[in-house]
Design a protein around this ligand. Structure first.
Ligand SMILES: [Zn+2]
Length: 460
């Protein structure tokens, strides 16, 4: 080979490697931000048609991605719901079902998988149920728990500050992409007034600035929970949401000003929703009504293809991990579910409700199965008769009229089909459950248990 030919080959190699190094849109160089907001109902966001609670970030995600109109969490309280997002498994499969259980270490989580393929992982949590103790720190390079300050703390801007500090540190390095998970907590009870939004200004000062579970339970017991008070509760809940969204938008502005936004996919969702007085129910957990399991879900980023669509068929938030893997073109991963961008409308959505703390051996369990416009609920609570409910979902509020006993032929057909699917799903889960070893127990001392109970986790 002549010297000239050798030089040509050498130059070619240099050029190829330079192109490779500058390949900014290589799937593996895409940053991922997962924002989860505790206790956030989809129907209390402006992006879903609500009168309040606008957000710059959510508008950006709508304009550069997808708004999922019918997204369902796999559970109605934090620990099982977030574990499903992190593992892609249903609650009975991962086993983090009660306040004394955690993510089993044998299960690979989303951050662990991302770490394996070269991501730098940062996690920020303000909530005990998604803390190191419950297995959520697995796979993170940085895991910040300094914002765990209890149910009366206001901490959304503190969380944004911690996240901003981390982003400012890494904005200049482009050696490896990052995964940032941030959990916001303020919409969770206790609801605290943020007078700058003034949603609740029309109410007199006899109502408390902090709405606690104790106060609501007391009002219920004394039969003093008037329509006016219920409206006040909703207004203060909305103030908490607006406050949280403002803190999230502050982070969004940083992503824009640092240009990190250019190469980042953002996923926005909630762990579960909240009862706000429907059928005299408040808070969350145990049940699987739509108020509790229907959550916001938006995925967007400039790196996604320009095609914008509004997804109306039902999707499960446990599919987030698989969707991320598909976006990054990672074929070998353990995550289950459906790609959220799939246009396959024949999907069903399954959720499970459990009570966080319960002394009985026979635990509460409720199941929800959604297919097309139909929803079947199966409730199995100790000392109560098990029962089914069948609903046709025709608005965002969910269940209106129980059709389970209706004799109409079409409804009988739907009931049969849904019962068959539910039965199949429960058999599938009980088979898989046996495979997970009993490696997920955590010990809580009586003081800690008492504190968690006092926060309302048993007061549903
Ligand atoms: Zn939660």
């Amino acid at each position: 080979m002549s010297v000239l030919s050798r030089l040509k080959i050498f130059l070619l190699i240099i050029i190829i490697s330079l192109i490779g190094g500058c390949n900014y849109f290589s799937p593996r160089k895409i940053n991922i931000i997962l924002i989860t907001v505790d206790t956030l109902r989809a129907d209390h966001l402006n992006i879903y048609g609500y009168k309040r609670n606008k957000s710059l970030l959510l508008n950006y995600l709508r304009d550069n991605g997808v708004v999922f109109e019918n997204a369902f969490s796999q559970s109605s309280w934090t620990l099982p719901a977030m574990t499903s997002i992190f593992t892609s498994l249903y609650p009975s499969e991962h086993g983090a079902l009660y306040g004394t259980t955690k993510i089993p270490s044998i299960i690979t989580t989303l951050p662990e998988m991302l770490k394996k393929i070269g991501y730098y992982n940062i996690g920020i949590t303000p909530h005990t149920f998604v803390s190191r103790k419950y297995g959520f720190a697995n796979g993170f390079d940085i895991f910040d728990e300094t914002a765990i300050l209890g149910h009366n703390a206001i901490n959304s801007f503190k969380i944004t500050k911690i996240a901003s500090k981390q982003l400012n540190k890494i904005k200049h390095h482009n050696k490896f992409p990052f995964f940032l998970w941030i959990h916001y907590f303020d919409p969770h009870f206790n609801y605290i007034r943020h007078t700058k939004y003034n949603f609740s200004k029309k109410f007199d000062k006899t109502l408390p600035d902090i709405i606690s579970s104790e106060w609501i339970n007391k009002m219920k017991k004394e039969k003093k929970l008037t329509e006016e008070k219920k409206e006040y509760i909703k207004d203060v809940y909305d103030e908490e949401i607006s406050y949280t969204l403002e803190a999230i938008d502050k982070l969004f502005k940083l992503l824009v000003s640092t240009n990190l936004i250019k190469n980042t996919i953002i996923i926005f969702t909630a762990d579960h929703g909240e009862f706000l007085g429907e059928n005299e129910k408040f808070f969350h957990g145990k049940y699987v009504n739509n108020e509790l399991i229907k959550v916001p879900l938006l995925i967007g980023g400039k790196v996604l293809s320009k095609q914008r669509l509004l997804s109306k068929h039902c999707v499960e938030t446990r599919s987030i991990a698989k969707t991320i893997m598909d976006l990054l073109k990672i074929r070998q991963h353990p995550f289950k579910g459906n790609n959220l961008f799939s246009t396959n409308k024949k999907q069903y959505c399954f959720s499970e409700g459990t009570k966080a703390f319960e002394k009985t051996v026979e635990r509460s369990h409720s199941y929800s199965l959604i297919f097309n416009k139909w929803k079947l609920i199966y409730n199995r609570f100790p000392r109560e008769k098990s029962y089914y409910k069948l609903y046709k979902l025709n608005n965002i509020k969910g269940e209106n009229r129980n059709l389970f006993r209706f004799s109409d032929k079409k409804i009988q057909y739907v009931r049969r089909t849904m019962l068959r699917r539910m039965k199949r799903q429960l058999i599938l889960l009980s088979n898989k459950k046996k495979r997970i070893k009993n490696s997920n127990k955590i010990s809580l001392n009586e003081k800690k248990l008492k504190k968690l109970r006092s926060l309302g986790y048993t007061a549903f």
